[in-house]
Design a protein around this ligand. Sequence first.
Ligand SMILES: Cc1cc2nc3c(=O)[nH]c(=O)nc-3n(C[C@H](O)[C@H](O)[C@H](O)COP(=O)(O)OP(=O)(O)OC[C@H]3O[C@@H](n4cnc5c(N)ncnc54)[C@H](O)[C@@H]3O)c2cc1C
Length: 445
Amino acid sequence: MLDFTLTEEQTELKLKAREFSLKNVLPVAAYYDEIDKTPVAVLKKAFEAGLTNGDIPTKYGGKGYGIIEGVVITEEIAAACPGIATSVFDNSLGLEPLVLSDNEQARQTYLPKIAKEFKLISFATSEPMMGSDVSGIRCTATKDGEDYILNGTKYWVTNGGIADYFSIFATEDPKSKHEGICAFLVEKEWEGVSIGATIPKLGQRCSNTVGIHFNNVRVPKENILAPPGKGFVLAMKTFSRTRAAIGAFAVGAARAAMEYALDYAKKRRAFGAKISDFQSIQFKLAEMYQKVETSRLLVWKASWEADNGIDPTISASIAKFYATEVALEVVSEALQIFGGYGYTKMYPIEKLYRDVRLYRIYEGTSEIQRMIVSGYVLNSYQAVMPPLEDLSLHWKKNPEEVNQPEAEDSTAWRCKICGHVHYGKEAPEQCPYCFFPKASFKKTE
Ligand SMILES: Cc1cc2nc3c(=O)[nH]c(=O)nc-3n(C[C@H](O)[C@H](O)[C@H](O)COP(=O)(O)OP(=O)(O)OC[C@H]3O[C@@H](n4cnc5c(N)ncnc54)[C@H](O)[C@@H]3O)c2cc1C
């Protein structure tokens, strides 16, 4: 049954996340953004409030939430601060390869710890020289007995400077592309792991981002999440399950910008009237609301698919690139409604504008999402409509007369080039419109 209502538990979770965000996230967001620091104490509070790690299955001491619960929580935290939301959600991204891996022993070792204690786990496919092309990983994993030795640098690692564990993607041999990709769970304290300085960013400055260097880091066999050849698929499966949440970030941030703009428009006066009385402002608000609502529908659809055992890859890509792109439009229009004040740090739009810009980049850029969706549309999408050359497009004759054996001149022949339909026992020698020969005609069914 199609149903867009949240269950009682999901509604409670949403309200809990909302209250948490308004009380603990919103008041500190501007300050931590200014000093370019992740408020680890807020991440800890989110953990204590039960708003992180929801996706750890119950058998490992987790809550066993679905993706939908995750996106409901995420929207609320992102509305208060997209950067803090990224850092809160990052555990879900970091632990997903562990949840999806075949390594039961690693799951038993790490998942209960992450569920019970405040532990952060980051995810790293990206490197200084590579982000979109995951098959181009250069960080090497060299087999040594049953262990692997890691050498190389991962970059753009969210929470990397504050995390305890990392899901690291490496390669057995950079030349072997997809076939060489493998994945490991690495601990920060292991010998040879170095954490880089915090990368200074345009926005999402409340979310820590660093590079991590591995110098002959020994990974025991117990920590292999995917052997060479299985890592690429593990990374892609992870993204299919986490991309909807990026859409949810965008919904939350866009919703907040819309609400601030609505409030401002009702109070700001110009030309003797409230600016909300001007139709051009009303239409902006209508479009902002339309974009927030349509984005949430796409995010929920992708989440619903994932939670119901349907491959969510395409829906998650669509949700991600649609929601993240329109969020930028919504925030930009909100800034326009605020006029000059929108451009200052004294109001929240300026920060949202910087924060939201990241959504089109991480977890697969908008361009990569378009490649995924166009690949599906061109190669796998099942069309309902007949092929054009078989189309019965009769505008010169009553369709009921066409192709009747008794009506000799009613056989329809369609020119495959220009679409002209000729009626007669045979196709014409030449199309009267495009001059292509008889062979270009096909009998319509
Ligand atoms: C703040 C932040 C946090 C991040 N957190 C993480 C994290 O926790 N873990 C992690 O692994 N990564 C993380 N990333 C990395 C992020 O996923 C990458 O930046 C992203 O995938 C793009 O990779 P790139 O920056 O190397 O750009 P490139 O891959 O070099 O792409 C550059 C440009 O070319 C375009 N492009 C590339 N290939 C194609 C193509 N075939 N067709 C058309 N256009 C193409 C891209 O869309 C982009 O516009 C983070 C990034 C940032 C900025």
